[in-house]
Design a protein around this ligand. Sequence first.
Ligand SMILES: [Mn+2]
Length: 434
Amino acid sequence: MVKFAHIADCHLGAFGRNPDLREYNLKAFEKAIDISIEREVDFIIIAGDLFHNPHPDMDVVNRAVQTLMRARRENIRIYSVYGSHDFNIARASLIDVLESAEVFKKVVNYLEEENRLVLKEDPSGVSIAGLSGRKNRADVSYFEQIDFSFPAGDDKSIFVFHSPIAELKPAEIHEERSLPLSSLPENFDYYAGGHIHMKIADSDNSIYYPGPTFGASYTDLVRDERGFYLVDDWEPEYIRFEEPEILSKRIDAEGLKIEELEEELESLLNELMEGDILLLKVFGRLSQGTPSDIDFNDIKSRLKGKGFDTVYLNRRELDGEELEHIKVKEEKEEEIERRLLEEQVGDEFGQSFGQELLKVLKMEKKDGETEHDYEERIWEEVWELVKKRDEYETGTDEAEGKENTEGQYEEKEYSREKGVGGQITLSDFGGDRS
Ligand SMILES: [Mn+2]
């Protein structure tokens, strides 16, 4: 009897600006692997987005490899596809490096001449095939192009993918970005999904999404399910992580005067609260005063003093009545930029996005670099930043009950040329690039 773990959307390296959340995220992944080892699985499937970006920090890589190698030393095989985050169209991603080092095997194995996917056979006798995800409509058309008529066999089989399925997806994901159920290859015994950051189980069709092990955004953290699937003799069991305990608070500041918002915050500070992580969302338009009249750093540290490991403040949707006058003191250029961003941009992510964007835009042309190459380089860097930001601005905040049109899975139409002559090639899609 075969036993395997189905993990997805670990996003290792996420929350780069919040060391506590970054650590929680890494720990959750380690826990998933360690539980898989304890439960003596034959193999582990990682259905994309193992890393938060294609070239993560080396300390994150080191933690991930140490963890994966614990499983490898117990002779547990690991199979993966690219997600939308850990894939880079232009350069090899860390996923490629880990495959080369035989930490795991990619199960995207496509024969271009024959236009078909090849199954990889695990020593347990289970055959595995997969397709990687892309932040792009390309993956939809890809599924339509590939011949999925696998040679019939008696082996049990698993199909790994990193895309939303139209019939199963949450409402905020656009229909046209999703695959119709009918586009999945038939007759697999288990469909191991990734990309959707919530647990979805369609037992009729044997399609499962475990959702993230921890999450990579505020919206992910507001959702209360984190974990992975452990599949024993083809029966999926959801392993839910009860820890860390995440508490979510919201303050509607619509129409409040600044003093009234301060009172609200004070009364929150007097509330009895327990947990490891506090998520605080303050939103709405003040009728008088501006958000920067409030010392949010002080509020955060006082909330933290109530026993939380970390306080994650989201005030992107908090607006003031009038714009402030910008005061410029005698300070260095960088300090002015940093201060203005802190004053004008509500959240830490936006502030660091602004800083990084300014840094990129100030990059100088290298010696010998052509104008064209220089522009390309700047564009690539900006593109990477924008992708990160779009991913951060995640989908509908359910508790809020209103549509957020900037859905996590919605992509803007970027006029990027794809592949040769604009054609989408398999290497665009994450196949073997050799
Ligand atoms: Mn993801």
